[in-house]
Write a protein that binds this ligand. Structure first.
Ligand SMILES: Nc1ncnc2c1ncn2[C@@H]1O[C@H](COP(=O)(O)OP(=O)(O)O)[C@@H](O)[C@H]1O
Ligand SMILES: [Mg+2]
Length: 375
């Protein structure tokens, strides 16, 4: 096998490159084994998708027959997309072979025949449904769930970036899905989402169909006791050492967000440094900021000036609170109350700013550093 950088920045590869999440994986397995659905939420890049893949991998070790369906709803905008994505995943995971896909899908749907084409390079199926009306979509959705519920194999269905369905134009999408979910006895659901405020609203508000319908799991950072030996062991594959102080610095600077930690480690691994200490960490961080400079300057151009000023203030605060207070406003030369709240709301909607334990942070850790130093 080709040697790869052991600090993966793409999707889950194998358990070997995956750090910790033992408790979380066990919890997900326990819920799966006891037919309880889970809502998993955390800010972007904490490691939700990785955890879902690792859980699925572990579930297939427990029972190799398990059908693990993963659907990323991030770029879905309506029920058509939902059905298309889910059907494609079923085609790949349940039927796998091109010659079985057509006949397999044909058996699921009674009133529509999806158009299936195969990508000439990847061999992946591409599906297209030409629905005649809303009723036909609803029927097809029911047929998919009926099919999954009657598969003679355990099924895990992970719907990632689930908050997206609250934006579909079908007004009752949540209610419809909730009804299907409740009737499933053979399918275990994981609803994962990044936009905490929307997810909490969907699952925690009495008025919403999914209200308290699942177990809730809030994913936090990987503890240093687990991350430190992982980082040291992976560095040793490249004949490098890294001291504990440097690791503490990486975890702190990245506020525990797995993606940024992996990213710094990936670059340290690729560097010529052999004995990594805290000075190398800041060298690498600076290099990352240099490389991203053009992006950040562009943000500055496209954001309204007041929002950019507020971003800078939030970055400098390192966990901002009391942003409408006199002090805050004076310190950062910001104007009145109302404008701050509107700007903050807009930055949260754009996912530039996130909330964590009642404090506000810049979502992108590297952008935060850039704002602190060069904004
Ligand atoms: N436990 C882990 N060990 C190593 N790398 C991880 C782990 N969890 C996530 N990653 C990596 O970190 C990055 C971000 O994780 P991801 O699961 O995509 O976050 P999220 O879905 O919360 O936005 C990915 O490149 C992923 O491979
Ligand atoms: Mg994700």
């Amino acid at each position: 096998m080709i040697e790869i950088n052991p600090f993966i920045l793409r999707n889950y590869l194998t358990a070997e490159y995956f750090c910790d999440r033992k408790k979380e994986t066990e919890l997900l397995l326990e819920k799966f084994n006891n037919q309880r659905n889970t809502t998993l939420f955390a800010n972007r890049k904490m490691g939700k998708t990785g955890l879902i893949y690792h859980f699925m991998y572990t579930a297939t070790l427990q029972e190799s027959d398990t059908v693990c369906l993963y659907v990323d709803l991030f770029d879905s905008v309506n029920l058509d997309d939902f059905i298309t994505k889910l059907s494609k995943e079923i085609a790949i995971k349940v039927y796998s072979k091109p010659k079985n896909i057509l006949s397999g899908l044909g058996k699921i749907f009674s009133s529509i025949v999806p158009v299936v084409a195969f990508d000439s390079l990847s061999g992946m199926p591409q599906l297209e449904f030409n629905f005649r009306n809303e009723q036909q979509k609803q029927n097809s959705l029911s047929e998919i769930f009926h099919f999954l519920n009657n598969l003679n194999r355990p099924v895990i269905l992970a719907l990632d970036e689930f908050q997206q369905i609250s934006k579909y134009p079908n007004q009752n999408m949540e209610a419809i899905l909730r009804t299907h979910v409740q009737n499933m006895h053979n399918v275990n659901f994981v609803f994962a989402g990044s936009m905490k405020h929307i997810m909490l609203e969907m699952f925690g508000s009495v008025k919403r169909p999914f209200y308290q319908s699942t177990d809730v799991m809030n994913l936090g950072p990987i503890p240093i006791e687990e991350y430190a030996p992982f980082i040291q062991q992976k560095m040793s594959l490249g004949r490098k050492t890294i001291d504990k102080e440097a690791i503490v610095e990486i975890l702190n600077q990245c506020r525990g967000y797995t993606y940024y930690i992996q990213s710094v480690c990936n670059k340290l691994y690729a560097s010529t440094y052999k004995k990594i200490d805290i000075t190398h960490v800041s060298l690498i961080l600076n290099k990352i900021l240099d490389e991203s400079e053009d992006y950040y300057v562009n943000y500055k151009k496209i954001l309204p000036e007041f929002q950019w000023k507020l971003m800078r203030a939030i970055a400098l605060e390192n966990g901002a609170t009391g942003m409408t207070s006199k002090n805050f406003i004076q310190n950062y030369g910001l104007s009145t109350h109302g404008t701050i709240q509107t700007a903050l709301k807009s930055l949260i909607e754009k996912e530039m700013v996130i909330e964590d334990d009642n404090k506000y942070y810049i979502q992108d850790v590297f952008l935060e550093k850039w704002l602190q130093k060069r904004g």
